[in-house]
Design a protein around this ligand. Structure first.
Ligand SMILES: Cc1ncc(COP(=O)(O)O)c(CNc2cc3ccccc3n(O)c2=O)c1O
Length: 425
């Protein structure tokens, strides 16, 4: 793959930070080395001495004085080695990416830690998207992605989708505007990237079928596009076997995948990952060097200690408990929707994630209904317009999350929603 053609001028201009290189050189050197180089503060001056974090299964994550000094100090921009290694092994076990065995030039699978997958998305978009670029995505989509993409001045092209995700025939139709043999011609405005949320989509709850992923991947090959696989709900798929990922079929090194611990370990710890071809991950890391420098060392070490004590089996047992919770919540929301809303709304029951996407019958746009009437009735949902490329377009949908409220609260909320829809009609 020729990765240079995908980089913005800004990303291509990024150079390794000399002091960060010195820090990493020092970390690779024997303890006999005396360094007067790094401008790191002396951890003996830090007020924090130790920590122990109780884990619900009875174990404890502890930071003794030595560990605490490390946890409170700068660390490598791509992530602390033990967390990266653990995650690379998990990615290889879960997805068996063809690129794991490639050379760096050929797009060898690499990873970096980001402060939430939101940071990963933001830096990936800034690496790839120039003003005026055509970018493909299936809308409605995550509002945080729109917030990161739209200020870049790109032209967002919607690819029609349904409850099974992006529709390959529709993608083929959208791409038919361009001749695949001309996409490398100077001045070509053929799309270079496609973004999608393949499992438990936000806001639609949609999950892509394997067949559709294969067809979308083949079209990306034909038009030499990268696919950004934003997959924070991968571990919230209620049925097994979990769907094969784009990463698992990536024979070319054209997949950039963002993962997140937010929905399974903690959203406040802000731990996400970018997985992709080494030439592209390297550019994201250069951007991290010049922005946050790295994700919090403390949180990375805390999570890494937990994962090492659990092992992959323990991690996947934890995931099973999380899946059990969210599928029970999904069942509660669906049964309350059937009870209160089936004559005023329509929906597809999600098989992953934490969202139900409902179309309100007879309501052209839900913005006013939700932002005024729903608040009067003391029930809050998200009006669908915030997930559309053009948020001022009328949208008859609302997004309901089944993550935080109890089944009883969900039932009462839908009773209130039903009443206000009937009043509005
Ligand atoms: C598809 C997709 N991609 C990336 C992210 C970012 O997750 P990260 O790993 O935690 O950075 C998300 C998080 N989505 C949301 C977050 C959120 C945070 C506060 C309040 C509301 C929020 N609502 O509503 C959300 O949907 C997502 O859904």
């Amino acid at each position: 793959m020729n990765y240079a053609r995908f980089l913005t001028a800004v990303s291509a201009a990024r150079k390794p930070s000399p002091i960060r290189m010195l820090t990493e050189l020092q970390q690779r050197s024997p303890p006999s080395l005396i360094s007067l180089a790094g401008g790191a503060p002396n951890p003996n001056t830090f007020p924090f001495q130790s920590a122990s974090i109780k884990v619900k299964n009875g174990e404890t994550v502890t930071f003794d004085e030595t560990a605490m000094k490390r946890a409170l100090q700068y660390s490598a921009s791509n992530g602390i080695p033990e967390l990266l290694t653990w995650m690379k092994n998990l990615q290889k076990n879960l997805h068996n990416p063809p690129t794991a065995s490639y050379t760096p030039e050929k797009g060898q699978m690499d990873m970096c830690v980001t402060t939430g997958s939101q940071e990963g998305l933001c830096k990936v978009f800034e690496m790839l998207v120039n003003p005026g670029d055509n970018v493909l995505l299936d809308a409605p989509t995550y509002s945080g992605t729109l917030a990161a993409l739209q200020p870049l001045g790109c032209n967002l092209i919607n690819v029609p989708s349904d409850q099974h995700g992006m529709i390959p025939a529709a993608l083929k139709e959208v791409l038919s505007r361009w001749d695949p043999s001309e996409v490398h011609k100077p001045g070509s405005d053929a799309p270079k990237i496609l973004y999608t949320i393949p499992n438990g989509g936000n806001p639609t709850g949609a999950s892509m079928t394997t067949q559709r992923k294969q067809e979308v991947y083949e079209l990306a090959q034909q038009y030499d596009m990268l696919i950004i696989e934003d997959d924070p709900y991968y571990f919230l798929q209620f049925q097994k076997p979990w769907a094969p990922t784009f990463l698992s079929m990536d024979v070319d090194g054209r997949i950039i995948r963002t993962d997140s611990f937010s929905k399974i370990l903690s959203s406040g710890l802000r731990i996400g990952f970018v997985t992709g071809p080494k030439p592209l991950v390297d550019r994201v890391v250069l951007h991290i060097q010049a922005s946050t420098m790295h994700t919090s060392t403390f949180t990375q070490l805390m999570v890494s200690q937990l994962l090492h004590s659990w092992g992959q089996e323990g991690f996947l047992r934890h995931i099973d408990r999380v899946i059990e919770f969210y599928s029970t919540q999904r069942d509660a929301m669906i049964s309350s929707a059937d009870k209160w809303l089936k004559d005023v709304a329509e929906w597809h029951a999600p098989s992953a994630g934490m969202f139900l996407w409902m179309k309100l019958k007879g309501i052209a746009d839900t913005q006013q209904l939700i932002m005024e009437k729903a608040l009067e009735k003391e029930v809050l949902l998200v009006p669908g317009g915030v997930f559309m490329i053009n948020s001022s377009d009328p949208c008859p949908y609302v997004r309901a999350a089944f993550s935080l409220s109890t089944p009883e609260q969900i039932d009462e909320a839908f009773r209130r929603l039903s009443a206000l829809i009937k009043e509005a009609l």
